[in-house]
Structures are given as structure tokens and as C-alpha cells.
Design a protein around this ligand. Structure first.
Ligand code: SF4
Ligand code: SF4
Length: 356
């Protein structure tokens, strides 16, 4: 059966206030309140953007969703996970401080910012999915404990997955560090000798005890590495490196399977919002200012994470001839993540657009 995707149009250059108002209208028109029962812990997934990113979703939108959740007697919290790479969001402390500075603090949006994967990104839980690539996936533990979720995604292009929208926000954005490693990395981490200060942190933290001192730096015995990413997280000197260059098709499929693990068991308790404004070639994880590549379109809302991403591609194609993924990374094909997600039962590629 075709899913419904609700659509509120916005003019190019809309203000955060207008975006927030349209978000509330979408929430009401779709009947998103049916996901929320009184007393539910409601996780609101956001992305606050890396340090120099200025095109990420605006906190006004998060505040609008917090207000809707409270109106329906839910207990909202904003949530995120730590990144694999170094930056302002690499652990809970830096991430929460950064979110606060960005306007996602409790005083600004009316709800606490709680990291779903704990202090260092390794608070996780294994979820059975019986996918094509994975029987189980590792996701951030607190998300499992939430009763309901509202996933706010800001679609962009992506250098590895072509499109970064709802499926990516779920799969990459709410996997634990090990889950992210699983998706990202076909190669194991290595240590760059010239950057290593031999502080010993990675040696201390490696769960497999396979890092040792060798000459003037630490060294990883890659054959025994399980790819957990612990060394990457604890190194403060950027000496641990690993390859993000895994084949795009596999990464997209992995991402879809992890996304499925995030919503598994909560299929009737999730509402998805895509914010089609300030869309850029690369994702908000990049530590740089980017220009928008497609005029602002509006806000989408749906109970179906596949349909909302398909509508995102279609609406951006309508506005721009080539869709957001094609205009960003034309050599990659974003349909792999959507088709795989549909195949494993996450949602539908068929949808009806309901413009409000
Ligand atoms: S990824 Fe994990 S297992 Fe591999 S070297 Fe780093 S800490 Fe050790
Ligand atoms: S944590 Fe980083 S700097 Fe310290 S020993 Fe390991 S690789 Fe070297």
C-alpha cells in the first residue's frame, strides 16, 4: 500500500520561524500524535552540524517538535550519537556543549539533550533484524529504551552514500560506534607514526589488546582487529586513521539495515520529518561553510522512512531537474539505500504526496 507523505511548501529563504510553524502544521495534518502515549519517553533525533557548518537544521524546528510532544503528554528529549571522526561531536561532553552553543540547549528548546550512545559512543544494544548482510545490528542503547521517536532529518548529498536523509539519519546517526564502524569501514584502523605521541591511551582501551608500542609510535595488529573504533575515539592527536572508502552500494545497504534495527519494534511509534531547506552537496558533518545547491522546498512528514526519502528525491528533481543526490554526487546512486530498505520491510517506495 502506498504510504502518505505530507508536504508543506516553503518559499526560498524561509525563516526558522516559518520552518518551525510548517513543521507543526505537518505534525498535526499527519496525525503524528498517534505515535505518542501519555508518559512516553520520546526521542527527537536532531543533527546540530559540525563546528563551521551553518546550514544544519535550525533549533526552532526542534523546539516546535518538543512543544507538540509535550502537548500530547510525552516526555521529549533531543538525542544524537558520537561521531567516529574527530570534531565537536566526537564524545558526549563536546557534543552536548556544542549543541548548547548552537541553540539546542534545554533552556532554548525546552528538552534535555541526551546522548543515545553514552559518554564515549559505546553504550549499545544488539538488535536482531535478519537482514541480507546482518543477522543483528548494534545501535545506540538509549534509543532502544525510548518509547517513541520523531526523527528530524536535513537532507543533503553525501560523498559515500549519495543522499543523507532519513535512512542515513537513522542508520548512521543512531548506530553505536561499532555499528558505524561496521557500516563504514572495510579496512581496519592504522596509526600514523608522525602524529602518534605514544600517550598509550589506545593501548589501554583496545578491547582486543592488539595495539603495542613499536619504535616511536603505537602499532595495530590489523589481523586481529574487530573494527570497534575504540582507538579512534580515545586518541586525542588524530593519529588513528581508517578508510571510509568502502563501496557505496555496500555502505548504503549496511546503513539501511542499521536503520531498520533502530526502528524495529517501534514501527507504529515513529514519525519522520525531512527539512528540505538549505540543502548542500555534502552533509552537515563537514566542518565547513557550504552553499545551498537547490532552492528551499518545504517540510515533509511521514510514518514511512523510505517514502519520505523517495519524496525528497522526487521533489528535489522536480525543482532542479536532477535530484539532490544526482546534483551532489552524480556517479553514485542513492536508490540503493531506498531499494534495500524497502526490500527488508522498512517502508515503501510508493507514496501519495499530500500537500497541506
Ligand atoms: S578498532 Fe578496536 S580492536 Fe581494532 S585496534 Fe582499535 S580498539 Fe583495537
Ligand atoms: S592514543 Fe593516539 S597518540 Fe596515543 S598512543 Fe594511541 S595512536 Fe598514539
Amino acid at each position: 500500500m502506498a504510504a502518505k507523505v505530507y508536504f508543506a511548501r516553503l518559499k526560498n529563504g524561509s525563516t526558522p520561524y516559518e520552518q518551525a510553524q510548517k513543521t507543526k502544521e505537518i505534525f498535526d495534518a499527519a496525525g503524528a500524535e498517534k505515535c505518542i502515549s501519555p508518559g512516553d519517553f520520546v526521542a527527537i533525533k536532531v543533527h546540530v552540524g559540525e563546528k563551521n557548518n551553518i546550514t544544519h537544521m535550525h533549533p526552532e524546528i526542534a523546539r516546535a517538535v518538543v512543544e507538540k510532544v509535550k502537548e500530547n503528554e510525552g516526555l521529549p528529549f533531543l538525542t544524537e550519537t558520537s561521531t567516529l571522526y574527530k570534531g565537536e561531536r566526537e564524545n558526549a561532553i563536546k557534543h552536548i556543549m556544542h549543541a548548547h552553543r548552537r541553540g539546542f540547549g534545554i533552556d532554548q528548546v525546552g528538552a534535555p539533550f541526551i546522548m543515545a550512545d553514552g559518554l564515549a559512543g559505546n553504550t549499545e544494544i544488539e538488535v536482531e533484524i535478519n537482514g541480507e548482510l546482518n543477522k543483528t545490528v548494534k545501535i545506540a542503547r538509549e534509543i532502544r529504551l525510548a518509547d517513541a521517536m520523531v526523527i528530524i532529518s536535513h537532507p543533503t548529498g553525501h560523498m559515500l552514500t549519495a543522499l543523507g536523509a532519513c535512512i542515513k539519519n537513522l542508520g548512521m546517526g543512531l548506530a553505536s560506534r561499532m555499528g558505524k564502524m561496521r557500516q563504514h569501514s572495510s579496512m581496519k584502523p592504522t596509526i600514523k607514526e608522525s602524529k602518534c605521541r605514544l600517550c598509550g591511551k589506545c593501548i589501554e582501551w583496545c578491547p582486543e589488546n592488539i595495539i603495542e608500542e613499536r619504535g616511536s609510535s603505537a602499532f595495530i595488529n590489523s589481523e586481529k582487529c574487530i573494527g570497534c573504533g575504540e582507538c579512534l575515539a580515545v586518541c586525542r592527536f588524530g593519529a588513528v586513521e581508517y578508510n571510509f572508502g568502502r563501496d557505496s552500494v555496500i555502505v548504503q545497504k549496511e546503513m539501511a539495515e542499521h536503520a531498520y534495527g533502530v526502528i524495529k519494534g517501534k514501527e507504529d511509534k515513529c514519525f519522520f520529518i525531512n527539512v528540505l531547506v538549505n540543502m548542500t552537496k555534502d552533509c552537515d558533518c563537514l566542518d565547513k561553510k557550504q552553499e545551498k545547491i537547490i532552492s528551499d522546498i518545504g517540510i515533509l512528514g511521514s510514518f514511512d522512512p523510505v517514502a519520505i526519502d523517495k519524496a525528497t528525491l522526487d521533489l528535489t528533481a522536480e525543482a532542479n531537474k536532477r535530484n539532490l543526490a544526482e546534483v551532489s554526487y552524480g556517479k553514485l546512486n542513492a536508490m540503493h539505500q531506498l531499494e534495500h530498505a524497502a526490500r527488508i520491510g522498512m517502508g515503501s517506495l510508493e507514496y501519495t504526496l499530500v500537500e497541506i
